[in-house]
Design a protein around this ligand. Structure first.
Ligand code: SF4
Length: 329
């Protein structure tokens, strides 16, 4: 690991001032960043410790009935907070599906938003070709093992997936990421926070240089009664999703009034299945209806050599998650 300098920021102003220097990164729980630094994948010059900034902590009610989760709130604290469990069970389930108990105790909400892909070739610096790690170098995955890679929204430069469970639920819930930076405060709709790779796969998000995540805001709860986060993975715990589904429904009797469906493990960002949502509106939980709607989510899928199974898996997981959210499975 390279030598680094370390600063502890007492407040947001100090953190932003420190981040104006080249090669500076913020560190919260460090559960991903420190691994990447040890492996030589990321090489910050200066780490600014933001964990003592009180303004970034806490879970508070918003005047509109929504919830604000501070960027420094630990994943385990968010998952087990009474308001999150009662009003946003989809999010609580997604938190608890991620990582291990020990990691959830360290990892922060802001850090979860910023975690990097788990593409094998991104982590292994023995492979010089990785456009995300070393822009312009190529993509080793395209000639390698593509089992865990994207089937939607990939580019010729990168086929990596986003590993966050939390973010899939936040996409379905239409959360907003609040940030502050040299140009002031911004509120970023969740669908616009993470990027598709395009020809700049080194950029995971739309954050600007020097910006700091301050909170995630949730709109007033609409899906507390019918929500399911379903994660399909190789092991029952401490494994990343091959495919995951965040399903949230508003039901009128046995009819779906409104549906929100987001997928994880299939793209460079959490993938909202809007065609599926539209097809579900006004329908029942009949299996044929759900299968038809699920097929729409992957109609544009372009699987790689080793992951065609994800196309079928995603459809079955969508059907299962909706059935469980609707209480019929
Ligand atoms: Fe790098 Fe993306 Fe290719 Fe993986 S898929 S090797 S992260 S460019």
């Amino acid at each position: 690991m390279d030598a680094i300098s370390y600063q502890r920021a007492p407040d947001i102003g100090a953190a932003l001032a420190a981040a104006s220097q080249p090669g500076t990164m913020f560190i919260g729980g460090g559960t991903n960043l420190l691994d990447l630094m040890k492996g030589g994948v990321m090489r910050p010059v200066t780490l600014v410790d933001i964990t003592h900034i009180d303004a970034l902590n806490g879970i508070t009610a918003l005047p509109d009935g929504g919830l604000r989760i501070g960027a420094l709130v630990r994943n385990s604290d968010a998952a087990n907070h009474a308001w999150v469990r009662e009003r946003y069970p989809l999010l609580s389930q997604a938190f608890l599906a991620g990582a291990s108990a020990q990691l959830r105790n360290m990892a922060t909400v802001g850090g979860n938003l910023m975690q990097r892909t788990r593409c094998y070739y991104f982590y292994d610096t023995g492979f010089p070709q990785c456009n995300k790690r070393n822009p312009g170098s190529g993509c080793a995955a395209l000639q390698g093992n593509t089992r865990i890679h994207a089937i939607l929204g990939a580019s010729a430069q990168c086929i990596a997936t986003n590993p966050s469970d939390m973010s899939v639920a936040l996409a379905a819930l239409d959360a907003v990421v609040r940030v502050t930076g040299p140009q002031g405060d911004r509120a970023i709709p969740f669908a616009e926070f993470h990027r598709l790779p395009g020809d700049r796969p080194e950029l995971d998000t739309t954050l600007k240089q020097g910006e700091l995540i301050t909170s995630v805001d949730l709109p007033p709860p609409m899906f507390a009664d019918h929500a399911k986060y379903l994660k399909v993975r190789d092991r029952a715990s401490y494994a990343f999703a091959l495919v995951s589904v965040a399903a949230a429904l508003q039901m009128d009797g046995r009819t779906i009034k409104q549906a929100r469906i987001a997928l994880g493990g299939v793209a460079h960002k959490p993938w909202r299945a809007t065609a599926t949502e539209q097809a579900l509106t006004g329908q029942s939980l009949d299996t044929n209806t759900l299968q038809h709607a699920a097929a729409l989510a992957v109609r544009d899928a372009k699987p790689q050599r080793d992951n065609a199974f994800k196309v079928q898996l995603a459809q079955r997981a969508i059907v299962r998650a909706i059935q469980q959210a609707g209480g019929v499975a």
